[in-house]
Design a binder for this molecule. Structure first.
Ligand SMILES: Nc1ncnc2c1ncn2[C@@H]1O[C@H](COP(=O)(O)OP(=O)(O)OP(=O)(O)O)[C@@H](O)[C@H]1O
Ligand SMILES: [Mg+2]
Length: 395
């Protein structure tokens, strides 16, 4: 296979980006990382456009950049986890506001120059990723694609929320529209990461109406489960695992809260569910996504959500499926009709994990971060958030 030019747009300390870059280089391809929070303080990003060069020249200069000057388009761009620009805290607030806006607009306008109309394979097309994150649209499209969905209320209206609870037996599942994790101090002054998981709520647990109004949420009937299913879609290649969420109380309500206590294993996705996932990919114009299902006691697969850039490496660490190899082969193939065949030397995540465990802190210290740098030597719990075994695994 010819040597491919691949760009990963992400932020520092993202295990998935670093693992894919490592695997792609090991397979003999060129892989560049554009870590957007490094812009503008550490990263120089230039576009040159002239009357004789309408496709432009793209120059990327900063930590970790291998080939600075790119006149050839990228074959594949993986928009893994682009973060915002990070400006110095001590800038004048007025200057900061102006610079932040310019950075945001410049970063958003770079995409056409990575593509240059040359048929770059996008994982995923920038506009599709954004649209596919809307939970209401996901549920509507899933139902149209033939999947079973839970009755759902997304609201900040106390009257609607209270009525929905009463309609569904007084207790419903509550979850957020986006994952939320935050740093806060405990009474002794120790800093911890807190994450919001799905929880059942009854009316007497709701805050007063003025508070309830301040933060919209998703409300659904609390589903009975046999187990849960996570599907990673790499083009036409679908890989599924079964998560034995009901074998431990800590995982029974939201499996991510107790994920290290429950088993996961490869799962044969029923063909009608697989076909519906493919229809969803087409509908949202996505090359890649993850899909979550609850499997009810009667065997029904109930759609929960799509994550256009969900975590997938835990399918390898927990269920032995070679996702790192599959995903890097997918980026190399650069086609939505991709199917993986293991007819080559398969790269294994375990090999990269050893490298990463030794190097990620030093790497993190070389880059800018949207949130507090993850490289602090005492921040073991932070590592959990980005480690396949940790609570942050299941976005
Ligand atoms: N209606 C429900 N009834 C019971 N459990 C639920 C329900 N909805 C979600 N859960 C549990 O919570 C987990 C997370 O929910 P879901 O996948 O819908 O959103 P999310 O992962 O929080 O979204 P995001 O990835 O955007 O943060 C599920 O895998 C499941 O364990
Ligand atoms: Mg989920």
């Amino acid at each position: 296979m010819s040597r491919k030019q691949i760009l990963i747009v992400s932020e520092a300390s993202d295990l998935h980006s670093d693992a894919a870059a490592w695997a792609l280089r090991k397979k003999g391809h060129d892989c560049e990382l554009l870590l957007t929070p490094d812009f503008p303080t550490l990263l120089g990003l230039s576009l040159r456009i002239g009357p004789d060069d309408l496709t432009g020249r793209f120059v990327l200069r900063g930590p970790g950049v291998v080939n600075e000057d790119r006149s050839a388009p990228f074959d594949t761009v993986w928009l893994r986890r682009p973060g915002g620009a990070v400006l110095p805290e001590d800038m004048h607030p007025g200057d900061r506001q102006v610079a932040a806006r310019q950075c945001e607009i410049f970063l958003a306008g770079v995409a056409p120059f990575l593509d240059r109309g040359a048929g770059t394979f996008w994982v995923n097309p920038p506009a599709s990723d954004v649209a596919a994150q809307q939970k209401g649209c996901q549920l509507r499209s899933a139902a149209r694609a033939g999947l079973k969905i839970p009755e759902t209320l997304i609201s900040n209206d106390p009257a609607e929320i209270r009525a929905f609870l009463r309609e569904h037996g007084g207790t419903v599942a509550h979850k957020l529209l986006r994952p939320a994790a935050w740093l806060a101090q405990d009474e002794e002054g120790g800093e911890h990461i807190y994450a919001a998981y799905t929880v059942p709520v009854s009316e007497d647990q709701l805050p007063d109406d003025d508070t309830l109004r301040l933060c919209p949420g998703i409300f659904q009937p609390y589903l009975q489960k046999q187990f849960e299913v996570r599907v990673a879609c790499l083009g036409d290649h679908l890989v599924a695992i079964r998560i034995n969420s009901q074998t431990d109380d800590r995982a029974a309500t939201d499996w991510r809260a107790g994920q290290i206590y429950v088993g996961m294993e490869p799962y044969d996705l029923p063909p009608d569910i697989a076909a519906a996932c493919r229809r969803l990919l087409t509908e949202f114009d996505l090359a890649h996504m993850s899909v979550d299902f609850v499997v009810a006691p009667n065997g029904d697969h109930i759609f929960l959500e799509i994550n256009p850039q969900g975590q997938f490496l835990f399918l390898e660490t927990r269920a032995g499926l070679p996702l790192l190899d599959m995903f890097s082969e997918f980026l190399v193939a650069g086609a939505r009709d991709f199917t993986w065949r293991g007819d080559h030397e398969v790269v294994r995540f375990a090999e990269f994990e050893e490298v990463w465990d030794r190097t990620w802190r030093d790497e993190a210290a070389r880059h800018a971060h949207l949130v507090r740098p993850l490289g602090a030597p005492d921040a073991e719990e932070e590592k959990e958030l980005i480690h396949p075994e940790g609570p942050g695994v299941a976005r």
